[in-house]
Design a protein around this ligand. Structure first.
Ligand SMILES: *Cc1c(COP(=O)(O)O)cnc(C)c1O
Ligand code: SF4
Length: 344
């Protein structure tokens, strides 16, 4: 904090932050810091990385692990919540910590990268469950590992499950795009027995810089599609204009907006949460303004491991009654239309 005070003029709320058992460490990359407007204490980028004392408050409805990830885990690092896909926590370390991080029970604990034994046991578990088709390589940020370590980690999973689709979940294109090099992408491509997907987290249009575009393009040019998962965050992007610009710019950079997440009920993140009703209004407005390609799915991860559900208002006003097979729909513009259903 002291170091930061020399760069940004800290507000009282920021100065009052204390590192607690449930907070993620304070760490901001030089790249991201350079994107922050030092004169604006409510800068949407600053809000994502500079902690305030609001983080020290926990409400009774929040918890460290609202998604019950721990109870769905096999070993410390493999989360098997859906039958056909798993998440592997490659490391708990990130180059920069987001104040809204939902996996803060794990992130930034300085446990470090998964050990060879942990990787081996996860790989054997996946092999023993052939219904698993996809693995999310996540954390923490897996690209904090060296290329050599990633090479051996990916190699271990490929050896036992050559057709496993791997999603590389990273915020490096936002936090420190220089990490992404041709050598890294070439190394990943050498494990090409099954597809890779790059999963990014851009939350604000100002995070899309020439450097981040270059970083993502290295993947996309190599045939690795890029998808973005944003988090809906109060006073960061809870605004249809901001999200419209973000999503359109992402598509222009060949990044498909995939999810827009409702903030989970994680301890210390109440300052970021947007009421569901407001989120649904924004979703409805975005659906009117954005192309299908640019439109993310607004989703909530339900408590107690319920999984993700789309939060999309219904466009069905009424379904067929006993007499007629007609459905009444609402159009995105607010009109109504009837669809006759001959199958009724
Ligand atoms: C989000 C998530 C997935 C992936 O879900 P998709 O809807 O396929 O993107 C898989 N496993 C866990 C534990 C998750 O949290
Ligand atoms: S990059 Fe992901 S894991 Fe790391 S602090 Fe941000 S949200 Fe948490």
């Amino acid at each position: 904090m002291k170091e930061l005070a020399g760069i940004l003029e800290l507000t009282e709320e920021e100065k009052a932050w204390r590192e607690g058992p449930l907070s993620v460490p304070l760490r901001i990359t030089g790249h991201y810091l350079s994107l922050i407007d030092p004169t604006d204490s409510s800068d949407p980028l600053r809000r994502q990385v500079v902690p305030t004392c609001r983080e020290n408050m926990t409400s009774g409805t929040e918890s460290a692990d609202p998604l019950e990830e721990v109870s769905h885990s096999h070993g410390e690092r493999l989360i098997h919540r859906y039958a056909n896909r798993v998440a592997f926590l490659a490391t708990d370390i990130c180059p920069m910590y987001c104040r809204h991080c939902f996996r803060r029970r794990f992130t930034g604990n300085m446990t470090g990268p998964a050990t060879e034994a942990e990787i081996e046991s996860a790989a054997l578990y996946i092999k023993a469950h052939p219904e698993i088709r996809e693995m999310l390589l996540t954390g923490g940020d897996p690209l904090t590992l060296s290329d050599a370590m990633l090479d051996s980690m990916i190699g271990a999973f490929r050896k036992t499950s050559p057709s496993l689709i791997i999603r590389i979940c990273t915020r490096y294109p936002v936090s420190q795009p220089s990490r992404i090099t041709r050598e890294l992408v070439d190394m990943i491509k050498r494990h090409d027995s099954a597809p890779f997907f790059l999963m990014t987290q851009f939350n604000h249009p100002r995070e899309i810089t020439p450097e981040s575009i270059r970083a993502v393009s290295l993947f996309v040019d190599a045939g690795i599609p890029a998808m973005n998962q944003s988090v809906l965050l109060r006073r960061v992007n809870d605004d249809a204009d901001v999200l419209e610009e973000l999503c359109n710019r992402l598509v222009f950079c060949r990044i498909k907006p995939y999810y827009l997440f409702q903030g989970d009920m994680v301890s210390g993140t109440s300052g970021f949460r947007v009421p569901l009703k407001r989120g649904m209004e924004i979703e409805r407005e975005l659906r009117r303004r954005l192309s299908g390609l640019a439109m993310p799915v607004y989703a909530a991860d339900l408590p107690d491991g319920g999984g993700k559900v789309p939060l999309c208002g219904s466009y069905i006003i009424s379904s067929p009654d006993k007499e007629k097979g007609s459905w009444q729909f609402r159009t995105p513009e607010g009109g109504t239309r009837i669809v006759e259903d001959p199958q009724f």
